[in-house]
Design a protein around this ligand. Structure first.
Ligand code: SF4
Length: 286
């Protein structure tokens, strides 16, 4: 079993934003809500000077998200005196472990992502905990957070997704807060806030293979990024080849109990929107 720690890449001035009340950090996912939070922090409308981007892997995050962070979010943070740290999960030997790497590891028996069972329900996942929550938690501990001096961690849940605020996990050295809820900000408000700072609106952030994707997101990928779509099909096939040898039922990246390439339409627009297209924790898709 690998035991990860966190390595970091600094995208900011590395000033000391700790105070007598402990570290104040924001979990940055590279999506609409956390980028809006970055803008609000730059304006002084919320009090967060450190943003932590738990990158689940250069081969795992949606490529457009990584481009956005490098080309827009990081320069913006630096220009406004905000630390944006990119964190990675590392093994005991110091090497970086990525979520895609764990999924594709030869002989692996567990599936850390919320693949769908034959009834469409997502399976239990460990990806968010292992590659985001624990990675950020370790960084916070390494920077002085403890049970008597917990770090504040802002999560970018907006008021229209308030149900996600009830499903978070909390460690003794962390205090989770939802600044967008306090300000009454909806997801639909985020593009205006982001554009008002001169930033382009980021793509929806997630892993490109996430089984929480809506069917419309898969359809967009198949049309606009066919190479990435083929990789997702290959991942699904690989997981099921492995399960077949273990005499286990197949699992899927969509809720439709069939291979991705059969389920996702190639041309016609979908007549309906399916599912909620997000995860329930607020650590991903924000
Ligand atoms: S985006 Fe999906 S696959 Fe990636 S860490 Fe979050 S829940 Fe897991």
């Amino acid at each position: 079993m690998t035991q990860g720690s966190a390595t970091q890449t600094s995208h900011g001035p590395d000033t000391d934003h700790s105070t007598v009340t402990g570290l104040r950090t924001f979990s940055y996912g590279g999506g609409w809500q956390s980028t809006a939070a970055l803008v609000l922090a730059a304006r002084g409308e919320i009090d967060f000077g450190t943003f932590l981007f738990a990158n689940v892997g250069a081969d795992s995050e949606y490529p457009a998200t990584l481009r956005y962070v490098a080309e827009h979010a990081a320069p913006f943070a630096a220009a406004h005196g905000i630390d944006l740290f990119e964190l990675h999960r590392t093994r005991r030997d110091g090497s970086t472990e990525t979520l895609y790497g764990r999924l594709m590891r030869e002989g692996s028996r567990s599936i850390p992502i919320p693949v769908r069972m034959s009834n469409g329900a997502p399976g239990t996942r460990s990806c968010t905990a292992d590659f985001k929550i624990k990675v950020i938690g370790r960084w916070l501990k390494a920077h002085g957070a403890n049970a008597t001096q917990p770090a504040t961690v802002g999560i970018g849940i907006s008021v229209d997704e308030i149900h996600r605020a009830n499903a978070r996990r909390c460690e003794p050295h962390e205090r989770i807060v939802y600044p967008l809820l306090d300000l009454g900000i909806r997801r639909a408000d985020c593009p205006r806030i982001i554009r008002s700072a001169g930033l382009p609106v980021p793509p929806k952030s997630s892993c490109w293979f996430c089984p929480f994707h809506r069917l419309t997101a898969w359809q967009d990928m198949r049309r606009d990024e066919p190479g990435l779509f083929d990789r997702a099909c290959h991942l699904e096939d690989t997981l099921n080849d492995r399960r077949r040898t273990l005499d286990k039922d197949p699992v899927w990246l969509t809720r439709y109990n069939a291979p991705l390439s059969d389920v996702v339409p190639t041309a016609d627009p979908l007549p309906f929107e399916d599912g909620d297209g997000t995860c329930d924790s607020g650590w991903c898709f924000t």
